[in-house]
Ligand binder design. Structure first.
Ligand SMILES: Cc1cc2nc3c(=O)[nH]c(=O)nc-3n(C[C@H](O)[C@H](O)[C@H](O)COP(=O)(O)O)c2cc1C
Length: 189
């Protein structure tokens, strides 16, 4: 059987993003569990804020189309979602909005999202570890017909959570990320 294909990214545009570090750990774990993993950073796909007038006038921006193609090529998603003002980042929501759009009349709705399986994680400096961001992201994904694993991982006090190798210093937290990634690969296999 072919390996499950999983797209992994953090929802931050920040160079030193804790969530991109978390995504990188999860990507390695998914690879070790037998998946074909594509790890990307949203900062490498800068795109305008979604605007239907812009879409009508110019179509899908190049980087949004590239990101949409990556979604199309993968059956699974691992998303590490930062928390801004108790919710997900505009960058993450904006990326989802763009890739949710059809680019031709015969393309079915949500073609690159529907039927996918996802695992979600978060890291934040606060005590909730980004749980409120995941509380937004989870129903959003479900509503666009992505199956989201019940388990999730949140990392509080993210400023102190990563070691010099960008792994989680706490062995239990590192194991939780590995287990979540392995559970996703297992569900997709
Ligand atoms: C506009 C803004 C709002 C924020 N709101 C929250 C918040 O509600 N809860 C929280 O835990 N952290 C909050 N933070 C702190 C972020 O969690 C922190 O900047 C974190 O590093 C972002 O994730 P990243 O490291 O992956 O970029 C906020 C940061 C910004 C810039």
């Amino acid at each position: 059987m072919s390996k499950p294909r999983i797209l992994v990214f953090g929802g931050s545009l920040r160079a030193g993003s804790y969530n991109q570090k978390l995504a990188t750990i999860a990507a390695a774990a998914a690879t070790a569990a037998g998946a074909e993993v594509t790890l990307i950073a949203l900062r490498d796909y800068p795109m305008p804020i979604f605007d239907e007038d812009l879409e009508t006038a110019e179509g899908m921006p190049e980087n949004a189309a590239k990101l949409k193609a990556l979604f199309a090529e993968n059956d699974g998603l691992i998303i590490a979602s930062p928390e801004y003002n108790s919710g997900m980042t505009a960058a993450l929501k904006n990326a989802i909005d763009w890739v949710s759009r059809a680019t031709s009349e015969d393309e079915p709705p949500l073609s690159v999202l529907k039927g996918k399986t996802a695992a979600i994680l978060a890291a934040s400096p606060g005590g909730y570890g980004g749980a409120r961001s995941l509380a937004q992201l989870r129903p959003l994904l479900k509503n666009i017909q992505v199956t989201v694993l019940e388990d999730q991982v949140t990392i509080p006090k993210a400023y102190a959570a990563f070691d010099a190798d960008d792994n989680l210093a706490d062995a239990a937290q590192q194991q939780a990320v590995k287990s979540l990634a392995a559970a996703l690969v297992s569900k997709m296999s």
